[in-house]
Write a protein that binds this ligand. Structure first.
Ligand code: SF4
Length: 694
């Protein structure tokens, strides 16, 4: 069987395949289609006899009653790269040396290590980077969740790549993944088959990188993903309760990609292939690297330079660390960034090049339309679900970026403030792929993004945006230059909902309702925005609409950069009315945070009273977790607001945090006495009356 005549794209036409496959396999396939499951026995023997197709497994999930995992267990083939399902032949990137050889590859160009399981889906960064490199014609392998505690065979098995090693901790910072807000070790990991904990180390980027650098000191190593990105300069690490240096120092990596790394990666690959050394690539936007403190970078760029307070200065004076944050955040959120940030540490200097301008629609489409299988690698069959994948397997991400600028959130720090929207064509193509998934039952779980309702939103006059340094386009008030028209989203939702095979398309991402209620002078936009919310409540809620007011007290909301709670009250009225109109009994579920910087017992008592008056007994609540590189974390550690340099209180001890948290559960008898005593202590008898009818 000569497989080389096929182009190595991930999809083949079934008819072509049937035409070309040996008779035995074709026969087996027909048997399978007819429901004779024992035909897999034939397939098994067929694939073992057919050379390159020894790695082929036929998974006719759509046509057979059993779950795919049972079938695959029956087939019991050693390696799986290709899977036929839904009339298409899928191919994953190789994860073992056998799979590499099965592709006829002798050596690799890039080896990518990730702390997550390998899920070949655009929501998983390693898949995006792997597929992008593949599209560039490179031979790339992914080593998911390598064992860092044995003889390190996972780090050695792929050999030395021709271009570079790459490391990511995965979709989450490994410490956020591993520990609760109270620093208790979690017993699960949503990015691992079976939700199993322990598949990656703490500080995964640093651990993986050091192993690679020890084994292969001369091979270029790049790091990326949210952990590397948000730890690129001196940052507060909540779990060790200290300021840590930029992660390039401890990881010893040659280069760091921050934010969404595709464009930097393409540029780097092009230049490495032209024979440039990685040490010469100092002018690629959105990258960071370490050089000696004295080194002058004469690389021909016209970027300005800004010297941040050094790591040592930050350690000496917390306020310096706070001041740094303002510069970093403002520079990260510019439309046309032009300033290189420098931070010294010891005799070294971290250089952070300015970011790329926001992606265009065609670039966003390009990175979304790569030939993902949208499935976990078959090696995980029978090892349990990957919860993070189960959540998004039938969802579609329609844009990147968020201009909310919430103080506790890392999205804008990572993806940026400007929205990069995909075209309708690209989104609808993905809808078609989801509809064609064998297990799709007609329900799209989310048409969303970091915030659901920012698709296609941008400044009306981009000239003004180019000069803007606001970290949020909607806080403290919605910018007059922001086009808040929701009608393109309404239109897109309608198209998705009417697509053949879709019974319902839900909106699972958080809706910024303050954006919907914002009034502009064009009445048709105001009406269109309210019609959008009505459409969402009527057609796109799966029983519960989750939203995130996060707090009720203005003193906290202003630190969070969140709108007044009155906006939530407006939403509640609108929601109740729309439900009545549609004869629905849906629930509104608000999310809240306790112990956020700025929050004290009085603010929490306010939260309890206001939510009680709206008839809520809260369930979606959490303690604030200080994650790297957020405004709130900087305040938590330094005590200063980086923009005003005002001092701000944060609850830090367990007792202080518990005292705040108890107000969520004012209705529990066992809390009553203690809460009444607290309210008396802070002189709020008015709230005592509201909460306990006294
Ligand atoms: S000018 Fe307004 S819309 Fe443009 S970036 Fe600034 S805040 Fe956002």
């Amino acid at each position: 069987m000569n497989i080389s005549k096929y182009s190595w794209n991930s999809q083949f036409d079934l008819h072509r395949l049937l035409w070309d496959l040996p008779m035995l396999v074709s026969y087996s396939l027909v048997q399978c289609l007819a429901g004779k499951t024992d035909a897999f026995k034939y397939i098994e023997s067929a694939v073992k006899k057919t050379g390159n197709f020894g790695i082929l497994i036929m998974q006719i999930i759509k046509y057979l009653p059993q779950p795919a995992s049972t079938l695959l267990n029956d087939v019991n083939l050693p390696q799986t790269v290709l899977i036929l399902s839904d009339n298409r032949l899928h191919r994953w990137l190789p994860t073992t040396i056998k799979e590499v050889h099965a592709l006829g590859w002798e050596a690799l160009d890039v080896v990518l290590f990730t702390g997550d399981a390998y899920v070949d889906h655009p929501s998983f960064g390693a898949a995006v980077i792997g597929r992008l490199l593949e599209r560039e014609g490179l031979k790339v392998a992914i080593v998911p969740q390598p064992n860092w505690q044995d003889d390190l065979r996972d780090f050695k098995k792929m050999g030395i790549p021709r271009l570079f090693f790459a490391v990511t901790a995965g979709c989450m910072d490994s410490m956020v993944n591993h520990y609760t807000a109270n620093k208790r070790k979690r017993s699960n990991d949503a990015y691992t088959p079976g939700d199993r904990a322990g598949a990656r180390p703490d500080y995964a980027t640093i651990v993986y990188s050091n192993i690679i650098k020890k084994l292969y000191p001369d091979v270029p190593l790049i790091i990326g993903g949210i952990e590397a990105s948000l730890r690129r300069v001196t940052h507060y690490d909540y779990w060790s309760d200290q300021l840590k240096p930029g992660i390039l120092v401890e990881s010893r990596a040659d280069m760091l990609f921050y934010g969404m790394g595709e464009k930097s990666l393409l540029e780097m690959v092009r230049r490495l292939r032209e024979g440039e050394l990685i040490t010469r690539l100092t002018d690629i936007p959105q990258t960071a690297f370490l050089v000696s403190k004295e080194k002058e970078l004469a690389d021909g760029t016209s970027w300005k330079e800004f010297k941040l307070f050094s790591h040592e200065e930050c350690k000496r004076e917390k306020i310096n660390y706070a001041k740094n944050f303002r510069v970093i955040e403002e520079e990260s959120n510019r439309m046309e960034p032009d300033t290189r940030l420098l931070q010294t540490i010891g005799d070294k200097k971290i250089v952070i090049n300015p970011a790329w301008s926001p992606l265009t629609t065609s670039e966003a489409d390009d990175f979304s339309d790569l030939p993902y299988t949208r499935l976990p690698h078959p090696k995980y069959q029978g090892k349990g679900d990957i919860p993070a994948y189960e959540m998004i397997r039938h969802s579609i991400n329609i844009h990147r970026g968020c201009f909310g600028g919430c103080g506790f959130c890392t999205i804008s720090a990572h993806q940026g403030k400007f929205i990069a929207s995909r075209s309708e064509t690209s989104v609808m193509k993905e809808v078609e792929s989801v509809v064609n998934m064998p297990d799709f039952k007609g329900y799209i779980s989310d048409i969303g993004g970091p915030s659901a309702n920012m698709y296609k939103m941008a400044g009306k006059d981009l000239g003004i945006c180019r000069l803007c340094r606001r970290p949020s386009c909607i806080y403290p008030s919605v910018c007059k230059n922001l086009d808040t028209d929701h009608r393109p989203m309404s239109e897109l939702y309608r198209k998705v909902a009417n697509f053949k095979g879709v019974k319902k398309a839900f909106i699972g991402s958080g809706i910024r309702y303050d954006l919907v209620f914002h009034r502009v002078k064009e009445e048709e936009v105001n009406q269109g925005n309210l019609a959008y919310l009505d459409q969402v409540i009527g057609n796109h809620v799966s029983g519960r609409l989750k939203v995130a007011p996060e707090h009720t007290a203005d003193q906290v909301l202003s630190v969070m950069r969140k709108p007044s709670f009155s906006q939530f009250e407006l939403l509640k009225k609108f929601f109740d009315k729309a439900n009545e109109k549609y004869g629905l009994k849906q629930q509104l579920i608000p999310y809240f945070i306790s112990s956020h910087p700025g929050s004290d017992v009085g603010a929490m008592a306010d939260l309890a009273a206001k939510t009680k008056e709206l008839n809520f007994k809260l369930e979606q609540i959490q303690d604030f977790t200080p994650t790297p590189m957020t405004l709130a974390t900087v305040i938590y550690y330094s005590g200063y607001h980086p923009y005003t340099l005002e001092k701000i209180y944060t609850a830090k001890s367990q007792d202080q945090k518990l005292a705040q948290r108890k107000f969520f559960f004012w209705y529990k008898n066992e809390n009553r006495k203690e809460l009444i005593a607290e309210l008396r202590r802070i002189g709020r008898p008015d709230l005592e009356k509201i909460l306990f009818n006294r």
